[in-house]
Write a protein that binds this ligand. Sequence first.
Ligand SMILES: Cc1cc2nc3c(=O)[nH]c(=O)nc-3n(C[C@H](O)[C@H](O)[C@H](O)COP(=O)(O)OP(=O)(O)OC[C@H]3O[C@@H](n4cnc5c(N)ncnc54)[C@H](O)[C@@H]3O)c2cc1C
Length: 456
Amino acid sequence: MQLKRTKRSKTGLAAVLGPGSDWRRVLSFIPADKYTVIHGQCLEVGVGGFILGGGINALGATARHGWAAENVIEMEMVLADGSYATVNKHFARIKRLNGKSEKNHFSDENDLWFALRGAGTSFGIVTEFLYTVYERPETFPILIPIDLSRIEDIRNIEKAAANTKKYLFTCYSTRRYFDGVFPYNLLPYNLPYSMKIGGKHFVLINKLQGLLGMSSTTPFVLITVTQVQGASGRFTDPIPVVNYLKNHKIKMGVEDPRIINLLTSLAGYLTVGNYEDGFLTLKEQQILGTLNIASAAMYGMKNSIGFGNLFLNHPIFGQNSKLSPEKVKAKTGCDFCWFSFNFDNHLRLRNYSRVAISPEFGVFQWDFSCLFRNKNSRCPQAVRDLKRLISHDESIPKISQFQYGNTPSCEDIDFGSRYWGSHYPRLARIKTVWDPKNVFHHCHSVGSTEQFCCPY
Ligand SMILES: Cc1cc2nc3c(=O)[nH]c(=O)nc-3n(C[C@H](O)[C@H](O)[C@H](O)COP(=O)(O)OP(=O)(O)OC[C@H]3O[C@@H](n4cnc5c(N)ncnc54)[C@H](O)[C@@H]3O)c2cc1C
């Protein structure tokens, strides 16, 4: 790994990254309190697959600086015929196996640069990335507990998000720890509904709500707000955010900026390297045993209508459900579940004509994830059922079926159109130029007919 000054980067600074690295290693070399790079939120995510699939950082860095794919300056790679290439936005310089070199300029039908940035794993093996580095701290969100028990509350956040380009808003549900065991490093994002301490069972959320003076009987939701425009430091300033949220009738459990900063610092303290970590630390994995994950996500939503109702009132997972955590576990086999949802108007402002990521985004995005120990449980099916309720319901407004960046789909909706949207036919044509024998073929590659890529 190398950090270097170069005029080829629009910031004057770039990193040379090996694709086998992961974001934990990259951030320990290029620390986020000094620099910003677009990286996976879970730091175990690998550099190669993340950048080549588009790469989104949904906590703010992408809203400010774009997708990972938009921040690549040049790639070194091996092509399907075994030759070696240096590829940038102007050309591919190719060294053939017979020792000859050639320079290949791109047209619409052979634009490898376009294809590599969003569908890269279908076009070759990248051995090195030259990647943009921003010489400013990555701005961390602040966390505020809010009352969110009615559709109207969700609509208020949606309006708040639509009325500013300065902030990015994400909400995390809290009611999710169905067996009473709580992985501590998730504390910053989702407080446990209840917890076993020294063999005793404590119901935490209601107690905390009482302490914060919140009236709702529904467990509160954490809203994270990141400043993504204008000068900002390591943390988002809470004072203007509180005023802004108040003006949009958002019911906050805490308005005192000192307490918000304290909560946010606690979040930073509890996460490794002051950043969102993987789902579980190694120690927690030892305590909890092997866990599997089932997730559902959609980023192509036109608005929160439809999802909001499900988030609040789903009979099993809904925020207002009266089922006890034990009952939810007994019904589904899921050990931990959580919702998160974003209001991101920034994705839609980008120019997607030069990257191979679907241009058909919505301003509203959600995801739902469950961890489960028993592989034979109903948990993955329960997650899939929840997603089907939204994706197959035509009355729920959507722009597309686009899903969360870089992840396989477990649904019977064509992955190619789902992931690359209207760019897919062009990608298929570019594939015939650079990989006519379909050497780089894997589940959910361009041209792949394998549609079911999920283990459960
Ligand atoms: C816990 C978790 C959190 C995640 N968070 C995010 C997130 O915040 N944002 C986001 O956008 N995505 C996220 N993802 C999705 C993630 O980006 C994809 O799973 C990505 O494919 C991971 O890449 P990898 O290199 O780690 O994985 P691998 O499984 O090693 O690779 C994935 C695919 O890319 C191919 N590949 C890898 N390196 C190269 C290379 N150098 N050249 C050619 N092909 C290559 C592999 O052959 C494989 O087909 C997350 C995934 C998980 C499991």
